[in-house]
Design a protein around this ligand. Structure first.
Ligand SMILES: Cc1cc2nc3c(=O)[nH]c(=O)nc-3n(C[C@H](O)[C@H](O)[C@H](O)COP(=O)(O)OP(=O)(O)OC[C@H]3O[C@@H](n4cnc5c(N)ncnc54)[C@H](O)[C@@H]3O)c2cc1C
Length: 383
């Protein structure tokens, strides 16, 4: 793997840095306090091409490779994880899955709008009773003539209240476990689909996280993605790539923690000297720096494997596991460098820590990543 970025990759990275400086950084504290990112950011992300990365241009995408996608995701994560999450879900989990597994009509209908930021996607797998054990979900889709009628509820759905379409996973037959699960593209304005915002999150406060309830939601059979009973494999391949995107966002958090800690340590004086001169402060900073480099390299390796068409799922679990734990450590170390000021939201590191904390939980907890890695190494499944 060549670690030197191409001119094009450097250019997109600069574009992302400028975008974050102009459109995100000035608003981060206000959005966090208001628990609401300004929705106009979605159109802006679409216009600059960030919602179409890796999606073929014939469907409105902006093409590009997965390393470029990771570079943009890292920069967005450095700016605001709430905004990064909009892209990771609407593009990473929904649009990319439609591009990979949808039929021609589904691609033509959804991709141009999703990549332009004219529509937003959300990913409906988790339910109140099934998180890690997603293969036992209970939402049900029953065939009725040319339609399916869906009943059930979905929990913790990122973009949930904003989304125009939900990539929804529901059980279509009584086969126990994941074999009875199918995937559907359900427009959120379909009668019977209700959404409730989940308030009081520790982090990602600006993000529209929701519970989605489905009561006799009727969709045509053309809403089915892929064959009946193959929905779980669609969900798992979406999440494997999604873990690369979460890992890249975590690199961004860790990098932001490093930048903030270095900057503050240089300015702050105690005992008549810059705190940067104290070796114990340097230890905190160097620990963050090593975490940033290691997390970034693991993440780039996944992008490289994806772009070369190699197996990447285990590498993605390793990157997500390490980068998410590293982001929490990095933000916590940076907060320590800031002392009491780190605890106040006028300074960035408290938010970095709050936002980082969910990364070890969603798209598979750290424990689940370890089980996936362990299964790949031993050939024995714990699930
Ligand atoms: C802010 C936020 C956004 C989210 N966005 C989405 C979204 O867009 N779409 C979506 O579908 N979901 C989403 N989720 C859900 C997320 O993926 C789940 O929360 C996650 O998969 C964990 O499920 P759970 O919360 O039910 O925890 P549980 O599965 O109940 O786990 C609880 C604890 O038990 C541990 N555990 C469980 N099983 C095992 C095992 N076999 N071995 C060892 N330990 C185990 C877990 O690691 C964890 O520590 C989101 C969650 C949050 C908080």
């Amino acid at each position: 793997m060549n670690l030197e970025l191409s001119e094009e990759q450097e250019a997109v990275r600069r574009l992302a840095k400028d975008f974050v400086a102009r459109e995100i950084a000035p608003h981060v504290v206000a959005w966090d306090r208001a628990e609401n990112v300004d929705r106009s950011i979605v159109k802006k992300l679409g216009s600059v091409g960030f919602l179409g990365l890796t999606v073929p241009e014939e469907y409105g995408g902006s093409g590009g490779d997965h390393l470029t996608y990771c570079l943009v995701t890292e920069e967005l994560g450095r700016g605001d994880s709430s905004v990064r999450g909009i892209v990771s879900v609407s593009l990473g989990l929904v649009a990319k899955t439609i591009a990979a597994r949808g039929d021609e009509e589904q691609k033509r209908h959804w991709l141009p709008r999703l990549t332009a930021g004219e529509a937003i996607g959300c990913f409906g797998l988790t339910e109140p009773g099934t998180g890690s054990d997603a293969g036992n979900l209970t939402t049900r889709a029953v065939r009725d003539g040319d339609d399916y009628v869906i009943n059930g509820s979905k929990m913790f759905i990122t973009n949930g209240t904003w989304a125009d379409v939900v990539l929804l996973f529901a059980r279509t037959n009584d086969t126990p476990g994941h074999r009875g699960i199918s995937a559907f593209l359900v427009p959120t304005d379909t009668p019977g689909l209700g959404r409730r915002t989940i308030h009081g999150k520790l982090g990602l406060r600006g993000q529209a996280t929701a519970e989605v309830v489905l009561e006799d939601v009727r969709v045509p059979a053309s809403a089915l993605m892929g064959p009946e009973g193959k929905g779980f494999s669609i969900a798992m391949s979406a999440l494997a790539k999604g873990r690369m995107s979460v890992a890249a966002g975590c690199v961004g958090i860790a990098q932001a923690a490093l930048d903030a800690a270095v900057g503050y340590a240089a300015e702050r004086e105690q005992f008549g000297k810059s705190i940067a001169s104290y070796q114990l402060v340097q230890e905190l900073i160097s620990d963050i720096a090593v975490d940033v480099d290691a997390a970034r390299l693991l993440t780039w390796r996944v992008a490289d494997l994806v772009d070369r068409g190699e197996d990447f799922a285990t590498a993605a679990s390793k990157a997500k596991l390490f980068a998410s734990e590293a982001a929490v450590r990095a933000a916590n170390n940076a907060l320590q460098v800031f002392g009491g000021y780190g605890y106040i939201d006028e300074y960035p590191v408290g938010k970095l820590l709050r936002d980082a904390r969910v990364m070890t939980l969603y798209e598979g907890t750290s424990q689940i990543q370890k089980l996936i890695i362990g299964r790949a190494l031993t050939g024995v499944s714990a699930f």
